[in-house]
Design a protein around this ligand. Structure first.
Ligand SMILES: C[S@@+](CC[C@H](N)C(=O)[O-])C[C@H]1O[C@@H](n2cnc3c(N)ncnc32)[C@H](O)[C@@H]1O
Ligand SMILES: [Zn+2]
Length: 209
């Protein structure tokens, strides 16, 4: 009996099922670094590669036009308290969760967590967690957004700091919560609806009120 048949027998299934399972697994593995997002004129290809900014980042293999949706960041929805507990217990990096409301976060999935920060980003967030192109993006460019624009000040985020290596001319050196961003910039982004809904609500309550 071949090794494959013996393995399949031990698992209590036929060699055909064993082969199908293996092919499916291999396809899933080889598809891991890519995601294909449906767009008006076909699919855009996003690829996870080593980034000059930090670790891995997400790059595009196709041109993306201003305003186009790049990816809906997703993962496990958790409360602010749960998020803080996971960070304190070392189960979650403090730079990784994405806020979707004043008291709600997403622990991002393996792909969504790969987008790096830049102080001169080519993408921005809107709605709950929709990443879209803030300007035209050329093939080969890394896709980045400004983390500060997703972090409202509260007792948990007040002391959050992330050293920045984005290399942009206007690099802030250390990334902090949204209070770090000048008022006129927040106003521009609010008018352009280039902020998440809960951030726009916060701006209207705290800055325009
Ligand atoms: C949400 S992850 C981004 C993906 C990450 N580079 C990876 O390889 O998984 C956030 C982490 O990436 C790094 N990072 C993201 N943007 C950065 C930046 N502009 N400068 C320095 N480190 C950055 C930090 O280590 C941060 O903890
Ligand atoms: Zn920077």
């Amino acid at each position: 009996m071949s090794k494959c048949c013996a393995w399949a027998k031990r698992r209590g299934s036929s060699p055909v099922f064993a082969k199908l399972r293996r092919v499916h697994f291999t396809r899933r593995l080889s598809a891991w670094p890519y995601t294909h997002t449906l767009r008006g004129n076909g699919y855009m290809c996003l690829v996870v590669r080593k980034s000059p900014i930090a670790g891995f980042g997400v790059f595009t293999d196709a041109p993306i036009s201003t305003g186009e949706v790049i990816h809906c960041l997703s993962g496990e929805s958790i409360s602010l308290l749960n998020c803080a507990a996971r960070v304190i217990l070392g189960r979650l990096s403090e730079d990784s969760p994405l806020a979707t409301g004043r008291f709600t976060y997403i622990q991002l999935d393996d792909f969504s967590v790969r987008f790096n920060h830049s102080s001169e980003p080519n993408a921005a967030m809107r709605g709950e967690s929709e990443l879209f192109a803030h300007r035209d993006i050329a093939p080969g460019e890394e896709i980045t957004y400004d983390y500060s624009l997703t972090v409202l000040p509260n007792p948990v985020t007040w002391f959050w700091r992330m050293p920045c290596n984005c290399g942009a001319e206007s690099c802030r050196g250390v990334v902090k919560n949204i209070r770090q961003i000048p008022f006129h910039r927040i106003e521009e982004l609010t008018n352009a609806k280039a902020l998440q809904d809960f951030v726009i609500a916060w701006v209207q309550r705290n800055i325009y009120a």
